[in-house]
Structures are given as C-alpha cells and as structure tokens.
Design a binder for this molecule. Structure first.
Ligand code: SF4
Length: 180
C-alpha cells in the first residue's frame, strides 16, 4: 500500500517506521503552525535526516504560517488541547488528505496519532473522516495509551542515538506562551 505519513518532527516518526515495513512509505512535512521559522527549519532538518538515513521519499510543502494564523488567531487564548489545537490538527490533516489524493496514494497517516500529549482520539476520528471523504484509507496505528507511551519513550532514545533535534514545545508561539 502506498502511504503518505505526515511528520510533525523527526523524533515523532523515528519510532513509527517499523509499522510501515510492508508498505511503500513517503514522508510529508506540512506544519505551518511551527514558529518561529528557525524552529520550523530545525524540525524540517530532522525529518530530512530520517528520510536520508532510511532512504525514504519526502514531500515538503510550503510554510503557510500566515494562512495558519488567519484561521486560528481567533482562538489564540485557548489553552493547549482546546479549540485552537483542534483547528490546527484539521488544517494539517486536510492538506495531508488532499496531497495524498492528488499524488495517487492509497492511505494517509500522521505522527500526531502516536503522541501522549495530544488528543489522539480526535486526531484519529478527524483523519478517518477526511480519508473516507477522499476515498483513502486512514492508518491509525491502533494503539492504546500504554503502547503510545512506550513508543514515545523509545523515540526519545532513538532520537538521541540518531542525533535528532528534540523540540521543547508543541509548535506555535501561543502554546509556548501558555506553557510559561
Ligand atoms: S499548541 Fe500545538 S497543536 Fe495547539 S495550536 Fe499550537 S502548534 Fe497547534
């Protein structure tokens, strides 16, 4: 199966590659939420490093940070995990689906599905709805919270081994400000 995997950063995909051993995998970097641009560049570089080391194809989409702000700014005071984050997930998943569809992929997946700090139920439900609408399969990893925790821990170790940049916040400056 030809799968397009949305990668939010290097550490979040390095522990997921085994899931796609029997598939034709391409990475997709579309994260207009990541700020500032220097931080975006660091996360992109870590995904490029994985693509190179594991001989994977990578589709890099535009940094549409202005467009992202025009959609989420109304919700800038929301806490992390609130409405702003739901919209942020939807923006990225929608573009993942459209890119997968227009490039002949059979399925779409996202590293956001395997993250202890994110609402993976919402992410998987949204991904499933978008994929169905576009006639694609949604690869949701089918993991419970304990399994997700275990993979996130392994990802930390693997990231150190592969010398990947490990970020200290989710992505946008609103999230970073709320964290302080
Ligand atoms: S905190 Fe993270 S998920 Fe929420 S809006 Fe910001 S970048 Fe997106």
């Amino acid at each position: 199966m030809k799968v397009l995997l949305h990668a939010c950063c290097g550490p979040c995909i390095i522990g997921l590659l085994d899931f796609f051993q029997d598939h034709d995998l391409t990475l997709f970097f579309y994260n207009p939420n990541i700020e500032p641009k220097e931080e975006y560049q660091k996360r992109l570089e870590s995904v490029k490093k994985i693509a190179q080391e594991f001989n994977l194809k990578l589709i890099e989409d535009d940094y549409e940070n202005g467009l992202w702000h025009s959609v989420v700014d109304h919700y800038q005071d929301e806490p992390e995990g609130g409405e702003r984050c739901k919209i942020c997930f939807k923006i990225r998943l929608e573009n993942l689906g459209l890119t997968a569809k227009s490039n002949g992929f059979d399925a779409m997946a996202t590293s956001l599905s395997v993250n202890v700090w994110k609402d993976t139920q919402f992410i998987n439900q949204t991904g499933q709805e978008i994929a169905e609408r576009l006639g694609l399969k949604f690869f949701n990893f089918n993991l419970d919270q304990e399994q997700i925790k275990k993979i996130c821990y392994q990802e930390k170790e693997l990231s150190k081994q592969h010398n990947l940049y490990i970020q200290k916040y989710c992505g946008c400056l609103y999230g970073l400000q709320n964290q302080k």
